[in-house]
Design a protein around this ligand. Sequence first.
Ligand code: PAF
Length: 281
Amino acid sequence: MEIFRTIKSIRSMLDGARLQGKKVGFVPTMGNLHQGHIELIKLAQKTSDIIVCSIFVNGLQFGLHEDWDKYPRTFQADCEKLQAVSCDVLFYPDENQMYPNGLGSQTRVICSSMTEYLCGASRPGHFEGVTTVVSKLLNIIQPDKMILGKKDYQQLAILHRMVEDLCFPVNIVEADIHRETDGLAMSSRNSYLTILERHNAGQLHKSLRWVADKIRLGDRNFTALEKEAIRQIHEAGFKPDYISVCNSKTLEMAETNDADITVLGAMYGSSARLIDNISLN
Ligand code: PAF
């Protein structure tokens, strides 16, 4: 695997690959790679000739009191995992490459829909940081396909919208959520859980599944279902952030006659915020 640290060097290598007719698949990450990320690389390999993974812990998408400084940076282990899955290229820029004029004066990409509610309500500015860095990465890598996981469902929906609105010439490929045996969605932040929290953390998935099953059976009292799921999460020792039955496309509260529904949830442990979702279609 070749590692590139500068925009200039990776652009010149990818220009050469494209001249040879190679299709580029891109997996953006913040590192601390787990099996979920590896599945994204494997999915990319099915449809692209050259796979680029990026690792950049993007300060712009973390709030002032969030975990940017303690976010696990595991470069050596990440490289070994990428090599084991035969990833071709790693783009590993530093802050100076990505934000040469500083974070404060960085030109921003703002998606005006879907960013203010659900995770956006608890993490103001988060999605602006995501859309800004992903725009930059798309301009640097210019991939044919970008592979994103469905675990960050709101991020996925917003990036679909950004790509459409700003005419980025890239196809987004969606990858299913990779789960632990108790249903907990794989996430770099799972490592923040205490032993007891880890033991009970499958509850988020369990409660989302409970809501989804009820809806499948015809229950359309979404508010009551959300309320009960929140109670279950509370009882398991976590602080619920939200459980929301949403329209899968707009992410607005689902109408009772909506056919395309996704149930999204987020909860806090003592030092971790976990998210998950289930789509009904
Ligand atoms: O999902 C992530 O890991 C990040 O939000 C992303 C897409 C790599 C942007 O920093």
